[in-house]
Design a protein around this ligand. Structure first.
Ligand code: ATP
Ligand code: MG
Length: 139
């Protein structure tokens, strides 16, 4: 399965804007199979750890505050070439630069409140999935 999974989160803006259903539909219609899913709220420590790679960036504290501002939907997704295909499906980090029809173009509010997360490598897909899901929580 290595290379065929990615990890995603529907972020607090999109959950709050009632887009869970539409976003899940777009993911599954694009061929991604849901292997694990949960609605949860990140603690500050979890959000800091999840985005630790950005800890020296000026937007880090605001990002942690945003990611802990409400529930998220965590998702383990499977598809051939999952990481790359999922990044294409969600579009650019900045929704004003995202291609038409991508999830971020349709549902994001801003470069920070950008509706969804997608892993950036196969290695991180595994690390991020293990961070959220036990073996028992996966199908
Ligand atoms: P993600 O990791 O959430 O899938 P990404 O890989 O497209 O997003 P990263 O560069 O990893 O983008 O940034 C992580 C998150 O930090 C972004 O999704 C966004 O929420 C926030 N972010 C990134 N750049 C900025 C910025 N310039 N200003 C504010 N927030 C930002
Ligand atoms: Mg990233």
């Amino acid at each position: 399965m290595n290379g065929n999974i990615t990890f995603s989160m529907i972020k607090p803006d999109a959950v709050g804007n009632h887009y869970i259903g539409q976003i899940l539909a777009q993911m599954t219609e694009a061929g991604f199979q849901i292997k694990a899913m949960k609605l949860t709220e990140l603690t500050v420590n979890q959000a800091r750890a999840f985005y630790a790679v950005h800890k020296d960036r000026p937007f880090y504290n605001d990002l942690v505050e945003f990611m802990t501002s409400g529930p998220v939907v965590a998702l383990l997704l499977e598809k051939e070439n999952a990481v790359e295909d999922f990044r294409t499906l969600i579009g650019s980090t900045d929704p004003s630069k995202a291609d038409k029809g991508t999830i971020r173009e349709k549902y994001a509010e801003s470069i920070q409140n950008n509706a969804v997360h997608g892993s950036d490598s196969n290695e991180n897909a595994i690390i991020e999935s293990d961070f959220f899901f036990s073996k028992l929580e996966r199908v």
